[in-house]
Ligand binder design. Sequence first.
Ligand code: PLP
Length: 327
Amino acid sequence: VRPHKVPLIQSPTPLHRLDRLADQLGLDLWIKRDDLTGFAMGGNKGRKLEYLMAEALGLEAQVIVSCGALQSNFVRQLGAACSRFGLKCAAAVMSLPYEGTVGKPEEGHLTDQGGNALLDRILGVDLRIYPDGTWEDLFAHMEALARQYEEEGAKVYRVPVGGSSPLGAFAFAEAAREIQEQAPPFGAIVCASSSGSTQSGLVYGFRDTATRVIGISCDPEPDLPVEFAALCDGLDDLLGENKKIRPDDFEFHTEWVGAGYGIPSPECLEAIRLLAQTEAIFLDPVYSGKAFAGLLGLAQRGELPDRVLFWHTGGVPALFAADSFFR
Ligand SMILES: *Cc1c(COP(=O)(O)O)cnc(C)c1O
């Protein structure tokens, strides 16, 4: 059985060559514009939400509860999807959730004003802001918030951080087919990777092909591929397949995380400037900027094939909470 979806984004999203950078880097470099989904200022979460919202509507949910950073692109796109279908959206958020094993980074992060936080308020998202803590703390707040709505008698649909359930990953297995229909094969696809359904879905979709899927981590967590493989197991169950993807099957780089999740690194800021000044395309300071810095680093090390696709996952509104980094 194929999962149902509701239409939210304009697909296929545009695909084009980055001519000036291709010349500079000596690569046949292309870009997939999921920043231009045409849905609520773009981003990779629109694809996942087509399937997640279909499930929520099928279960007759009234409230969708999730969580993320205050400048989360997912919460913004989830809030927008809820508006579209007349559902309530509630989200537990922190300015800067962090990895418990690593601790809270010292350096500065995005502002709490403007950017996605502004858009969430315009969308009427029930934003519950908690003091900074670990991701596990944030997940506990999300569960408490979901229970609160249930005690009031609402039918609640819970969505994990970043929309990374097997259904979310399915959206990117489908996106793999979309790109295969749009262009001849790429030697490698480079994307930002965090909660994992983007990279997991692409790895699933490109299984047994000559295309490498390279995830650039936005979190200081080298073990994330263990969770990504579990998402792929969920996809196997969902689709009645048996691909049995293992953590080792993920090409996953943590060299471009910088000081931590949500902290723009110098390489990230430089990558944002470079793409804006050569190709007039904006990256974001939390995900796609780091991913593009990773692409540049891998190119410099000679670790990329000739024909490369950068998957732009969006996030541009977060730039408007990063003003101080560009002064
Ligand atoms: C959420 C997000 C990602 C990471 O995608 P995952 O599926 O969570 O790994 C990358 N880029 C942007 C802009 C995002 O908002």
